[in-house]
Design a protein around this ligand. Sequence first.
Ligand SMILES: C[S@@+](CC[C@H](N)C(=O)[O-])C[C@H]1O[C@@H](n2cnc3c(N)ncnc32)[C@H](O)[C@@H]1O
Length: 291
Amino acid sequence: MNIYRNRINDNEYIVYYSDSRNMNNIKDGQIQLIFTSPPYYNLKDYTTKPKKQENQIPHSPKTYNQTYDEYLRDMYNIWKECARVLADTGVLIINVDIIKYKTKNGNILPIPFDFISQCAKIGLGCKDIWIYKKLTGVPFQFGKKLKNRHEYLLVFSKTNRYKWNIDEVREPYPKDYIYPEGHKRRNSIGQAPSSVWEYFPPFQTGTRHYHYCPFPDKMVDRAIKLFTDRGDWVLDPFLGSGTVVARAKALGRNGIGYEINKHFSEVIERKIDTTEYEIGLKKQERLKIDK
Ligand SMILES: C[S@@+](CC[C@H](N)C(=O)[O-])C[C@H]1O[C@@H](n2cnc3c(N)ncnc32)[C@H](O)[C@@H]1O
């Protein structure tokens, strides 16, 4: 098995180029946050440009000849592994969407809702559902479906004792906020984010098209800050371009990723290696990194 391993400031970053249905390199209960986005069944043909993405879905190299039930069975096995490695105080967040185009009878494939039922069977209760509102996307509308501008963020935990560092993710109140400055309903640090998470998906075009679906850095940061402390372990079993491990590094957490497609090793390792450690940086310096 190919492995990337790096150690910086007492933290460790590990990428296994292998199938996350088996994560036996990770101990039971080791992980505090799993933040991930699996393949959305057959939504994208990952076997074509920009990088060959064979084995995108286990058992279905190149051809996408899996049935929806076979896809769900594979995902179930991965959620079972996630449940095993997750701490009792930990959280699993799955970013996923329904499939609504090109389905056989025009009915949607309810992937998020099937995942919720699967996770319930293995002791992962769904604690919340947030919306990832994509501020850019395909500008067209197809058939009798509205154009897609959102996906789901499903939040699971084994218990109600999961970490909740809400003060770490508070943000300034808007100028016209309903309660004025000094009102008892205003928190002195700032307001908690809402369930709608708005971000621009990373720019992906031409020569900068390195992966089909990278996470926005700031979306991952918010989850890491909310659900983990420095030194905790963060995992992405579908690492893609490496965002989650890179952001774990930026925020002084430990990171582990699994990526079945070795074509991404260059992208992943560059992303992790070039990500700066942001803890302790002054606000001005952090803003520079944001740009
Ligand atoms: C939706 S993409 C994730 C993109 C990622 N969020 C990012 O920021 O770049 C899903 C990734 O999972 C990988 N993958 C699919 N099945 C896998 C498996 N069984 N084990 C490990 N990786 C897998 C695919 O190759 C693909 O890169």
